[in-house]
Each structure stands twice: as C-alpha cells, then as structure tokens.
Design a protein around this ligand. Structure first.
Ligand SMILES: O=C(CO)COP(=O)(O)O
Ligand SMILES: O=C[C@H](O)COP(=O)(O)O
Ligand SMILES: [Zn+2]
Ligand SMILES: [Zn+2]
Length: 312
C-alpha cells in the first residue's frame, strides 16, 4: 500500500530500526526494489531526485512528478507492504510544488547550502504548503562533501546540534538529515570512513524526530570488481561500511539513503549480461541480471538495517 513516509519513519524511530530509501529513475529499479521488499516483508521508501523527475518528464517537472506517482502508487497499491514516494534533495520550489501536487508521500527541502536563518525560513514555508496537503517534509542541516546536484561542498560542514533543536522546533519539519561526515557518490572518504557519532547522538537527543543518513552507500567490492571485470573503470570507489551504518541506526538514524550501490550493482549485471550474450537484443532479458543484483542489495540493506519483517 501507498503510505505517508511519516508513518513508516515514526514507527522506525520508536522501534530503533531504519528503513532504506532507494533512488530510482526508471521501471527496472522500481520492480527490483519492490520485489526485494516484498520478499523481506519490509516497508520501503522510493525516492526520486529533481534530476530523475526531469528525466522522466522529458524536461517537464509536472509530467515527471505525475509519472512517478502513477508508477509507484499504482504498483504499491497491489502490494501488502508500506511503500512511500519521496522527493530527494528538493532545491527548486517548482519541483517541490510539482511533487506535492502530484501526490508524493513526502518531500525534502534542501536549503542546507544557504545560511542557517535562510534555510530555516525556506524550510518553514515548504512545511506550511506540504502539511496543508498531508505531505511530510525532510530538511537538511550542515553540508555533505562532494557533488550534490549543482552544489559542491569542498569540506564537510557538520551539523550543529543546538541549531538542529531550534531548527526543528521552529520549522515543524518531520525528519532531519544532519551532516555527520558522509558524502554522496562512489568515492567517499580519503582514508578510513570517519563519522561523527557523538554529534549524531546529540542531534537525536535534542530533536527526537526521525533522522536521515545521506550518502549511505557501502559500495560493495563484489559489484565494483564484477563491473570492472566486464570493462568498467571505478578505480578508488569506496563507501560507508555496513557496521558504521548500523552504529548510526543505534544512535537514531531511521532513513538510509542509497543510490550509488544500486547503480553499481545494476551496472555490473548489465555489463556481464551484455558481454556474455552478444546475440541478445531484448531489454527484458539483458536487464534481468542487473535487476537481480539490485534486488540482492535491497534485501541485504533491509536485513542489516532491521527493517525486515516490519511491514505490519
Ligand atoms: O544520499 C543519497 C541520496 O540522497 C545517496 O547516497 P549514495 O550516493 O551514497 O548512494
Ligand atoms: O543525492 C543524490 C542522489 O544520488 C541522486 O542523484 P542525481 O541527482 O544524479 O539523480
Ligand atoms: Zn544537501
Ligand atoms: Zn542525499
């Protein structure tokens, strides 16, 4: 069933587990994710970036947002697990409005690149519109290193826990993404993974709402190696080890954003399949192995985050 993200995350926060939010751009990833969640009897969050909406709508945000709601809601309503659809890193009010109007379960307003007061003001405004439509809201404090859509932060600017308390109280936001040292993409951390667990613990104590970990892909070596065996060049790829993510879940993370791991798993399967079956030209066949790898990543995450069996 298609549900509000808030219902999924408030239960997770009360019961100390996390639900993965997987980014999609197309049908194949959606089917693989939902199949994995059904097999694990788990709730799941599907998310689309502004770029995904632009892609699906062939440049038109209204068409793109409607496309994803029809696709995800239509599919979810045939299943017995809770499924939510979330706008990831909403930065343009045009996309946020399109998602709310189309029927997304929740939206993210990411004004974290703005000064604190400005972030607070914009977030408060989005919360007002979204809540009026029954849509829940995620916001971000601090900045992630690496490239995030059009914004790039050279260094991590970590969340200030006291600011987080004020921000949550004043904006009425439903979930918060605190920057604690992760970054987006396949090339995280120069040395060992280094997350600020103490900071995370303080943010949870002071806000007591569901928290979100961005840039949470683990970049599994087995898919990187397989993709490279079949011609990819992903030299230096590195993610957040599952054990580190589990520590974050104990300290209050309830939504774990994952895009890169699915991309790499699919790439490995697709490259392998195309190389091994040079006569094949039916996409339903050559996509299959990539979809299976995506499903495997999904099931693994549902399991180690504690979401498995939590559908009811
Ligand atoms: O945070 C993300 C989407 O918002 C995705 O992070 P990864 O690049 O680590 O998968
Ligand atoms: O956080 C960003 C997500 O991984 C989405 O990336 P994208 O803008 O390339 O769709
Ligand atoms: Zn951000
Ligand atoms: Zn993110």
């Amino acid at each position: 069933m298609y549900v509000n993200t808030k219902d999924i995350l408030e239960k997770a926060s009360k019961e100390f587990y996390a639900v993965p939010a997987f980014n999609i751009n197309n049908l194949e990833f959606l089917i693989a994710i939902l199949e994995g969640a059904v097999e694990k009897n788990a709730p799941v969050i599907i998310e689309t970036s502004e770029g995904a909406i632009k892609y699906a709508g062939n440049g038109d945000p209204i068409r793109g947002a409607k496309f994803f709601v029809n696709l995800v809601k239509g599919y979810a309503d045939t299943l017995n697990i809770p499924v939510a659809l979330h706008l990831d890193h909403g930065k343009n009010l045009e996309y946020i409005a399109a998602a709310i109007k189309a029927g997304y379960s929740s939206v993210m307003i990411d004004a974290s690149h703005e000064p604190f007061e400005e972030n607070l003001k914009i977030t408060k405004e989005v919360v007002k519109w979204a809540h009026a439509a029954g849509v829940s809201v995620e916001a971000e404090l601090g900045q992630l290193a690496g490239i995030e859509d059009n914004v790039s932060a050279e260094e991590n600017v970590l969340v200030d826990p006291q600011q987080a308390k004020i921000f949550v109280e004043e904006t009425g936001v439903d979930f918060l993404a605190p920057a604690i040292g992760t970054s987006h993409g396949a090339f995280k951390f120069k040395g060992e993974a280094k997350l600020d667990f103490e900071r995370l613990e303080k943010v949870k104590k002071l806000t007591n709402i569901p928290l979100v970990l961005h840039g949470a892909s683990s970049v599994p070596a087995k898919y990187v190696e397989l993709a490279e065996k079949y011609g990819a060049d992903l030299g230096g790829a590195k993610g957040v080890p599952a054990e580190e993510i589990k520590k974050c879940v104990k300290l209050g993370i309830n939504k774990v954003n994952t895009d890169t791991d699915l991309r790499i798993a699919f790439l490995a399967g697709l490259r392998k399949n195309l190389t091994e079956n040079v006569k094949e030209f039916d996409p339903r066949k050559y996509f299959k192995e990539g979809m299976q790898f995506v499903k495997d990543v999904v099931m693994d995450r549902l399991e180690f985050l504690g979401a498995s069996g939590k559908a009811i």
